[in-house]
Design a protein around this ligand. Structure first.
Ligand SMILES: Cc1ncc(C[n+]2csc(CCOP(=O)(O)OP(=O)(O)O)c2C)c(N)n1
Ligand SMILES: [Mg+2]
Length: 329
């Protein structure tokens, strides 16, 4: 652990710690997939680390709800999901958040507010509206954040969800992570507006476009949206502009991506950029960051060892957790 200093509690240092944890986790998972030690469907969030970290540090609480997608480990880790349980679920092990029966695309962990992870594009938004309706009916001040991609904003469920959330002033933050691609479709080839946030006006809610790779801008935009939701003033559509550094799925070479745009995005990689900012502003020194990164690497290794050594679920689990009552064999 780095020596505690006044700066260790600085919001940018906290965002960096979370982003670096996501970065390391993603790097190790891709390594295990490459070596064949892990066989799983995997959608890397590489490039989108700062968005998730800023979301988590924007006055969001553990008991606030999160709904995310198949490209979701950055959101889940940032929300505080224990790494060992997350990795065990990705590995399909009995110790995972869903006993290994959800797998990487259906990670759920209510203890940290991760209520749904879904592989059906756009389907998280109405679920978030349902969760927020429940909070409103119960008189709780809990906020629901739903993360989705630019492509998801072209799905009908997006529009229905925004309409109802605005009509009922629901405590939702619609967080669109605009990484410029939906599978192999570049933004301009699939989306009718210059900014996803422009669509908020059609539903009578604030819409904000922010540089999702700028931690201060993202923290500020997300915090305003969370506070507005918690105060009962209704939903906000926040579009965080970012970039997808990998192909759509693990193994996709992404040969359809614009090279010049890709190279420019990679040159502005937000994780080392934030690291450099911490150093230049004197919020941390090289020794402290190296110690922090060593601690993160160790934490990730321990979680991977836990997942690797855990057993697969037994056959007796097959019919459990499927229906409300167990179906006899
Ligand atoms: C309803 C539905 N239609 C199509 C698909 C196939 N599909 C999987 S991911 C994806 C692209 C989604 O893009 P975006 O919302 O931008 O998210 P990203 O993958 O960039 O994070 C599509 C079309 C799906 N899973 N669900
Ligand atoms: Mg996308």
């Amino acid at each position: 652990m780095p020596e505690p200093t006044p700066a260790a509690d600085h919001p940018l240092v906290r965002v960096y710690r979370t982003a670096a944890l996501v970065h390391r986790s993603d790097e190790r998972l891709r390594g295990l997939l490459t070596s064949g030690e892990l066989a799983a469907a995997y959608y890397s969030p590489r490039g989108q680390e700062i968005v998730a970290a800023a979301m988590a540090h924007s006055t969001l609480r553990t008991d606030d709800y999160l709904v995310t997608t198949y490209r979701g480990i950055h959101d889940q880790i940032a929300k505080g999901m224990p790494l060992d349980l997350l990795f065990a679920e990705i590995f399909g092990k009995a110790t995972g958040t869903c006993k290994g029966k959800g797998g990487p695309m259906h990670v759920t962990h209510p203890d940290t507010g991760v209520m749904v992870t879904t592989g059906i594009v756009g389907s998280g938004l109405p679920i978030a509206v349902g969760l927020a309706t429940a909070s409103q009916m119960r008189g709780e001040d809990r906020v629901t954040v739903v993360c989705f991609g630019d492509g998801a904003s072209n799905i009908g469920a997006f529009h229905e969800a925004l309409n109802l959330a605005s009509l009922w002033k629901l405590p939702v933050v619609f967080l669109c992570q605009n990484n410029r691609y939906a599978e192999a479709t570049a933004y301009a080839n699939g989306t009718s507006v210059g900014h996803i946030a422009d669509r908020a006006a059609g539903y009578g809610m604030p819409g904000v476009t922010v540089d999702g790779n700028d931690p201060e801008a993202a923290l500020s935009a997300f915090t305003q949206a969370v506070l507005r939701a918690r105060a009962g003033e209704g939903p906000t559509l926040v579009e965080a502009e970012t970039y997808r550094f990998m192909g759509h799925y693990f193994g996709d070479p992404g040969s359809y991506m614009d090279r010049a745009e890709f190279d420019a995005a990679l040159a502005a990689d937000p994780v080392p950029a934030l690291r450099a900012t911490l150093l230049s502003r004197g919020l941390a020194d090289e020794d402290q960051l190296s110690a922090l990164e060593a601690q993160i690497a160790d934490e990730v290794d321990r979680a991977i060892a836990f997942a690797t050594e855990s057993p697969y679920p037994g056959a007796d689990e097959l019919r459990l957790d499927v229906y409300r009552e167990e179906v006899p064999a």
